[in-house]
Write a protein that binds this ligand. Structure first.
Ligand SMILES: [Zn+2]
Length: 396
């Protein structure tokens, strides 16, 4: 295409040159009484110098066209917490058939993106490890899923997983190492533990950076904003698109709002997620997928970059409160340009009931909830959310 275009330009240029020459000859020679037609025939001969240049540079241009072929839209899916069942303290909360089918209803959606991300809210470990001690036994749960369950993440379409959360260390280093080894063996990339806080990778000629943060020990810290910004600036200098995951904020239905300050929950500083998300975008991040509160929170577009403040419970088989808003969550698909700048997004509403698979919510309840929370928490956000879940820039 480029070759053809240049051919046309050169041809036009050649014609234009001839026309100018003709005009000059006409003006000049007419005034001098010289025969004009002789000059015109000489300028239009096939041996004209510009035609020779055109043939020589053609093959070089064809090579250039092959190298620059890239998509003009990229898509990113984010979902919240995933815990497919635990074999600790006993096997009462393990789903049948190795947890196959928990995400079958939404598999086609999760596969339909360049990059699909989830948060692994637990440990992939068959047995052993040191169960985490809890400050308050009333709100203490530890999750250990058999490593064979991880095949379901591949089957469902996940490319990257966050390991920065308050359950990644439930079984100490044995658990962390087993989670990483299991995901590595299946080709699912991961980030968020201090031993691997971020990753860089390439897919379909696009370079991606991915980093994950949480307030918990063993994780890249959501509360060290200076260090987090340095990580993101480094990724931004090397990648086309930088994706950031965070696990922060207080938990439960009383904490659906983004308070724009540090949230202290069960004695822990769960971060100032508003300041964190904005700081990461200031440092070069393109998409922020937050989770942690176990309920869905507002979304925002800041400096042309998308933020989801909490994606809620996505596939949490046992040991999670799923009543009311706790059982509703979105699958968020973000469309961007090749540099990660927001075009639009689509929210697919899902719901869960205890010890059951993920289901698409035909009532669209979480769409209405996100719209309301976004209006209340981010009235300045330049976006609208329609009944089908499409998120677009406001036209007003
Ligand atoms: Zn959590």
């Amino acid at each position: 295409m480029r070759y053809i275009l240049l051919f046309v330009i050169l041809t036009l240029s050649s014609c234009a040159t001839s026309r100018l020459a003709r005009q000059a000859a006409k003006d000049d020679k007419a005034s001098q009484g010289i025969i004009r037609d002789t000059a015109i025939v000489a300028l239009d001969t096939p041996q004209h110098e510009i035609d020779t240049v055109k043939i020589v540079i053609g093959p070089i241009l064809i090579d250039t066209v092959v190298q620059i072929a890239r998509k003009d839209t990229l898509t990113f899916i984010g979902v919240g917490d995933i815990m497919m069942g635990t074999n600790y303290p006993n096997e009462d909360r393990l789903p049948p058939n190795n947890a196959k089918g928990l995400m079958a209803d939404v598999k086609h959606l999760l596969h339909d993106a360049d990059i699909t991300m989830g948060n692994l809210e637990g440990v992939l470990l068959n047995e052993g490890g040191t169960p985490k001690g809890c400050r308050n036994p009333e709100v203490c749960y530890v999750f250990r899923s058999p490593t064979s369950f991880a095949a379901n993440l591949v089957e469902a379409g996940f490319d990257i997983m966050s390991l920065a959360n308050n359950h990644a260390g439930d079984f100490g280093d044995a658990g962390r190492k087993s989670s990483m080894k299991t995901l590595d063996s299946l080709g699912i990339r991961h980030a968020g533990l201090i031993t691997q806080p971020y990753i860089l990778f390439e897919k379909d000629n696009v370079k991606y950076g991915f980093a994950a943060f949480a307030p918990n020990s063993g994780c890249a810290s959501i509360n060290d904003i200076g260090a987090a910004k340095a990580t993101i600036a480094h990724l931004d200098s090397l990648a086309d698109v930088v994706i950031v995951s965070f696990h922060g904020g207080a938990e439960g239905s009383k904490y659906e709002h983004v308070p724009r300050k540090h949230e202290i929950f069960v004695g822990e500083d769960r971060g100032d997620v508003y300041r964190f998300a904005h700081s990461m975008i200031d440092a070069g991040a393109d998409i922020i997928f937050g989770h942690g509160p176990h309920v869905t929170r507002a979304i925002e577009v800041y400096k042309g970059r998308f933020i989801a403040y909490s994606l809620g419970n996505f596939s949490t088989y046992g040991g999670f409160n799923l009543s009311g808003v706790n059982g509703l969550a979105p699958i968020v698909k973000v469309y961007t340009n090749p540099e990660g700048e927001f075009y639009k997004a689509k929210i697919t509403p899902i719901y869960q009931t205890p010890m059951s698979p993920v289901r698409i919510d035909l009532q669209g309840r979480v769409i209405k909830r996100i719209r309301q929370l976004t209006l209340e928490d981010f009235p300045e956000a330049p976006i609208t959310i329609d009944d089908e879940g499409w998120v677009r820039y406001s036209t007003k």
